[in-house]
Ligand binder design. Sequence first.
Ligand code: UD1
Ligand code: CA
Length: 458
Amino acid sequence: MKSVATVVLAAGKGTRMKSGLIKVLHPVAGLPMIAWPVAAAREAGSDPIVLVIGHQASAVQGLFRGATDIRCAMQEEQLGTGHAVACTADALAGFRGTVLILCGDTPLLRPETVKNMLAYHRDNMAAITVLTALMDDPFGYGRVVRDESGGVTRIVEQQDATPEEREIREINSGIYCMDSDFLFGNIKGISNDNAQGEYYVTDLLAIAVRKGLTCLALPIADADEIMGVNDRVQLAEAARILRGRINRDHMLNGVTLIDPDQTYIDHGVTIGADTTIHPGCRIDGGSIIGSGCEIDGAVSITDCRIGDDCHIKAASVLESSELGEDVTIGPMAHLRPGSVLGNKVKIGNFVETKKIVMGEGSKASHLTYLGDAEIGRNVNIGCGTITCNYDGVKKHRTVIGDEVFVGSDVQLVAPVTIGRNSLIAAGTTVTIDVPPDSLALSRIPQVNKEGWRLRKKT
Ligand code: UD1
Ligand code: CA
């Protein structure tokens, strides 16, 4: 196979986003926008991938730090798409083959489309192939001008087009395949003598035609794919379309989404068959969810591993946590990072956990805070239990052995250890270690003042 290099144009600021963050770094369905075309190029077998960067260059570079296939080309001043491509000459010195040119702001382009385009370009031994689309409203795009026999002659920008040319509905997607010799042999020859005073990469088409080289336009079936994101309205639209694709894949893999339009699953999430997800859920951070799970409405799951047959009840928030099988969470529970829960654990209403390990079959059913704790198997944590893990300076651990029963309204002042099979009486404040098989009880004796209330009333 002939080698393929990709150029991704991403030097612009994206002024219409009205953001402190450059456009191509805005997340779309869980990935920074630019990561989508980069992924499409990779999947199509391209190496290297050259990013043309300018605004916030170091942030874009940081995103791909350590990726051996990524190179960056600096474009200090944005003088146009032709100038941007010319900036990759050094990064691609010595490369020969097909150069795929993509834009950093088209996250919807599918890898299959890129593969098809590359094959079409190669099969026809073209010097240049442009991906086009038919648009009902082509305003703003470059138009593809064809001759009487249908051959492409050039691309004309909106600002430079005659009224007749503006009637053309076939638009330039800004995505091209070019032969590297043709590209770098001619890119320096384009001028900026046009309405915008910019160097247009599109001028290369007319140059190829003039030189008698093969110049092709490949219309795309689904015009959505080449939609460029310029503002937040288009950002939301692109995210909606990407989510639709992600959700469709999950559904085809056996996941039930009660209302796919209101289910927000990011790129990179794995979900087992026969799991049901109710509306308003957000699942991201590369979470892995088992099969046969039930995820109720308005649940948020970030960076978690969840075993089979778990039930996550409504409005729970799960962050960087690990759940075994048959675990029940919520409603309205909060698993903060580092919560590792064994099989059949139950975490109920208004329970918050952080950095805990909880053994199989243990339960904390109501209104509890468990932080920095190691909890054994079959432990019952009563309502209102608090691990007092923080002394204002340091965090301390609580260790609870297997089969311990912690009554309601107990404070465990860490560091403290409770031996296996002990019972902590309701209302106890535990400040010293409890040996195994014991009863711990700290209560102020109750006083009943008979007749007290009666006297007060008179
Ligand atoms: C370009 C095409 C137009 C096409 C449209 C598709 C040209 C002259 N026109 O127009 O025919 O219909 O894309 O969306 O190519 N960029 C740089 N450096 C620059 C200029 C641009 O990196 O100096 C990057 C931008 O950040 C952006 C991409 O190139 O990612 C496209 O640039 P933009 O100015 O948006 O091109 P359009 O005017 O939309
Ligand atoms: Ca523009």
